[in-house]
Design a protein around this ligand. Structure first.
Ligand SMILES: [Zn+2]
Length: 86
């Protein structure tokens, strides 16, 4: 409920090529899976499989606040995005 006011988008990274960089669907800022600075976006709610492979996460754009649900991870992409476990 609390999240409902924020714009929400879905991105399937299996359709991306090369470095996996894509523009924010709302403001167009570059989302780079290997940018771990957390200055452009933050990773939220990462979900992994029982084999510890990344399945799904939400990237929150820090420029415009868009919530981007990212899915479609596969073996080629499992190294992308930093996931910090708590
Ligand atoms: Zn944005």
């Amino acid at each position: 409920m609390a999240e409902s006011t924020k714009p929400h988008y879905v991105k399937d990274v299996s359709k991306l090529e090369g470095s996996g960089i894509f523009p924010c669907p709302k403001c167009g800022v570059e989302i780079n899976p290997r940018d771990f600075s957390e200055e452009i976006y933050k990773v939220r709610n990462p979900q992994t499989t029982k084999y510890d492979e990344l399945k799904k996460l939400t990237a929150e754009c820090l420029k415009c606040g868009a919530q981007i649900d990212i899915n479609g991870f596969n073996k080629q992409r499992k190294e992308a995005f930093k996931v910090t476990r708590s």
